[in-house]
Design a protein around this ligand. Structure first.
Ligand SMILES: CC(C)(COP(=O)(O)OP(=O)(O)OC[C@H]1O[C@@H](n2cnc3c(N)ncnc32)[C@H](O)[C@@H]1OP(=O)(O)O)[C@@H](O)C(=O)NCCC(=O)NCCS
Length: 205
């Protein structure tokens, strides 16, 4: 039963870059974040109109958004914002995963995909900013090599993507679930083969 549920979820889920036309799905995802998640994501409580304006800006300024899709909805997102024109400006990154699907490795999958996108764009270094109390984001950022420093209640860090990063290795919930589903399919075939043999049928399936 558990594996059937996982298999069904996998069949309807994917992680990929949003096309320009799909960017409203980022807005819908950010609007679904609860009060605490909005505070963590934007370092302060942000109302719906702020989020609508923010998502609109992302469609115009060349932000790349990688989404975790489930049944056509974006339930998690990684944003790669291009650097601005000031000297030494770095691309900024940000993450959000809806609370119903947290702590399953999705933030890590999104991070890996984002690093691949950043390298493809020729970026060497990325900047991340998060609240000093945001344990989840700090853990995720450190996993991918961020050296965080605290200042005015914020943790800021850079991530060097010019070299391989330890956090890029390893498997995730989705990847583990995929192999569990494959293993289950193999087990089912073996079970039926055994049953047919018991009842005297020579045919294999
Ligand atoms: C931060 C966030 C994206 C993490 O997403 P996630 O899908 O739960 O992340 P993962 O499951 O990949 O976990 C990544 C690592 O962080 C750790 N972690 C996750 N939540 C944690 C928490 N609350 N406290 C401590 N560690 C935590 C995990 O154990 C994992 O480490 P591991 O792989 O070594 O075990 C998610 O909590 C979120 O969307 N928060 C609200 C928005 C936000 O804060 N955004 C950051 C601003 S840029």
């Amino acid at each position: 039963m558990y594996l059937t549920v996982i298999a069904a979820a996998l069949a309807n889920s994917s992680v990929r870059t949003l096309s320009q036309l799909e960017l409203p799905l980022l807005r819908d995802h950010l609007l679904r974040l609860d009060r605490n998640s909005r505070r963590d994501r934007f370092q302060g409580f942000m109302d719906d109109s702020f989020i609508e304006r923010y998502a609109e800006k992302c469609t115009d300024d060349g932000t790349i958004v990688i989404g975790y899709f489930e049944n056509g909805l974006v339930r998690g997102a990684a944003e790669l914002h291009p650097p601005d024109s000031s000297p030494g400006s770095l691309p900024e990154i940000a993450f959000s995963v809806e609370s119903s699907v947290r702590r399953r490795g999705l933030g890590s999958i999104l991070f890996r995909k984002l690093i691949a996108e950043a390298r493809a764009k020729g970026y060497q270094s990325l900047r991340i900013t998060t609240g000093a109390q945001n344990d989840a984001m700090r853990a995720l950022a450190r996993k991918f090599g961020a050296q965080l420093t605290f200042r005015h209640g914020e943790s800021t860090g850079t991530i060097d993507v010019s070299q391989p990063i330890a956090g890029e290795l390893g498997t995730s919930w989705v990847e583990n679930a995929a192999s569990a589903t494959r293993a289950m399919a193999g087990l089912n075939r073996a079970y039926w083969r055994l049953l047919l043999r018991i009842y005297g049928f020579g045919r294999t399936i």
